[in-house]
Design a protein around this ligand. Structure first.
Ligand SMILES: C[S@@+](CC[C@H](N)C(=O)[O-])C[C@H]1O[C@@H](n2cnc3c(N)ncnc32)[C@H](O)[C@@H]1O
Length: 289
C-alpha cells in the first residue's frame, strides 16, 4: 500500500471524530513514529510504500485511533517539556498548559538561588511529568510526588527507566491528598506544585469523547458542589510543609480564577496572584508562605 493512500484514507476515517487538520495530523504522527518517515515523504516521494511487515501494526493503531483512543495512549508516549513521557490507560496525558507551570516552577527555584538542593513536593503527580521535568531541569532537586492512583504511580516511577538521567530521581508515594492531616515525615519544601483534578461534572458535556471515554475520571473531575476541594487541601499541605518564603504553584480551572486565589488568601498566604496561559486565560495561582 502506498504511504500517500494510507494517509489519505486514514485521515478521511478520522475526520468522523476530529476536525480535518487534526485528523490528518494524527495519521502523520502515527506514520512518523512507526515508519520513521517525515510529514512530507509521501509528497516528495509519492511512490513510497508502507513496508509489508509494518502494515499490520500501523493498521491496528489506526483502528485504535478510529475508536477514539488518544494518540498518546496508542503510541505509549506523550511529549512534555521537550521530553517523551510514557503514558497509557489509567494516567492523564500531560497537557501543554502544564508546561507553563513547570517553566514557572523552574524559574522560581532558579531565582531562589539556594546553596543547597531545592526540595519540591508535587501533589497529584499522575505520570510524574511535573516532578520529573523539575528534577531534570534543576540539578540535585529533591522531588517527591504523591498520587492516589497506583496505576499512575507505576508510570511515574518508571519514566526514563526510573533514573540514570538525574542524580536524584523523584520519589513517588501513594497518598490521598485530601487527607491533609496524615503523617508525612518529609519537608519542609521550597516549592509545592499541583495540577489536581479541577473539571466540574457539569463541564462533561463540553468535553470530547477521546478524553471522556479514555482518560481516568479520577484525574479530571470534581463535584459541582465542591470544585475547590483540592485547592483547600493543597493550601493545608502548604501550611504544614512549605517553608517560610517558599512558593506554591497550582494549575486551575479557568472559570474559577478569583475563587481559587481566594482559597490561598483565606489560608493566610502572601503574594497570591492569578497567572495566565498562552491564550491569556487565567490558569494558575502562585502564592508564597
Ligand atoms: C489533573 S491530573 C494531573 C496529573 C499530572 N500532575 C499532570 O499534570 O499531568 C490529577 C491527578 O490527581 C490524582 N488524584 C485524584 N484524586 C486524588 C487524591 N485524592 N489524592 C491524590 N491524588 C489524586 C489523579 O490520579 C491524577 O493523577
Amino acid at each position: 500500500m502506498l504511504l500517500a493512500d494510507f494517509i489519505r484514507d486514514g485521515a478521511a476515517r478520522l475526520e468522523k471524530l476530529y476536525p480535518s487538520p487534526e485528523a490528518r495530523g494524527l495519521v502523520l504522527m502515527l506514520c512518523r513514529e512507526l515508519l520513521g518517515v517525515t510529514n512530507y515523504t509521501h509528497i516528495v516521494e509519492p511512490q513510497t510504500a508502507v513496508p509489508e511487515a509494518q502494515l499490520p501494526e500501523l493498521t491496528a493503531d489506526l483502528e485504535r485511533l478510529c475508536a477514539g483512543e488518544p494518540i498518546q495512549y496508542v503510541l505509549g508516549v506523550a511529549e512534555f517539556c521537550d521530553r517523551r513521557f510514557a503514558v497509557g490507560p489509567g494516567v492523564l496525558v500531560p497537557r501543554p498548559e502544564t508546561e507553563l507551570l513547570v517553566a514557572e516552577a523552574v524559574r522560581t527555584l532558579q531565582e531562589m538561588d539556594l546553596e543547597r538542593a531545592p526540595r519540591v513536593l508535587d501533589l497529584c503527580t499522575g505520570s510524574g511529568c511535573i516532578a520529573w521535568s523539575i528534577a531534570l531541569d534543576i540539578r540535585d532537586a529533591e522531588v517527591i510526588g504523591l498520587d492516589l492512583s497506583e496505576r499512575a504511580l507505576g508510570y511515574a516511577r518508571n519514566q526514563f527507566g526510573g533514573s540514570g538521567l538525574v542524580r536524584q530521581s523523584p520519589e513517588f508515594l501513594q497518598a490521598d491528598v485530601l487527607d491533609t492531616e496524615q503523617v508525612f515525615p518529609y519537608g519542609p519544601f521550597d516549592l509545592i506544585v499541583s495540577n489536581p483534578p479541577y473539571v466540574l461534572e457539569r463541564e462533561r458535556a463540553q468535553m470530547r469523547p477521546n478524553v471522556l471515554d479514555w482518560e481516568p475520571g479520577l484525574a479530571l473531575f470534581v463535584p459541582d458542589d465542591d470544585p475547590l476541594r483540592f485547592y483547600r487541601a493543597v493550601a493545608r499541605w502548604a501550611q504544614r510543609f512549605l517553608r517560610p518564603g517558599g512558593v506554591g504553584l497550582v494549575e486551575i480551572n479557568e472559570a474559577l480564577g478569583p475563587e481559587t486565589a481566594g482559597v490561598f488568601r483565606t489560608a493566610g498566604f502572601k503574594n497570591v496572584q492569578n497567572l495566565p496561559d498562552f491564550y491569556k486565560k487565567v490558569r494558575f495561582v502562585r502564592f508564597s508562605a
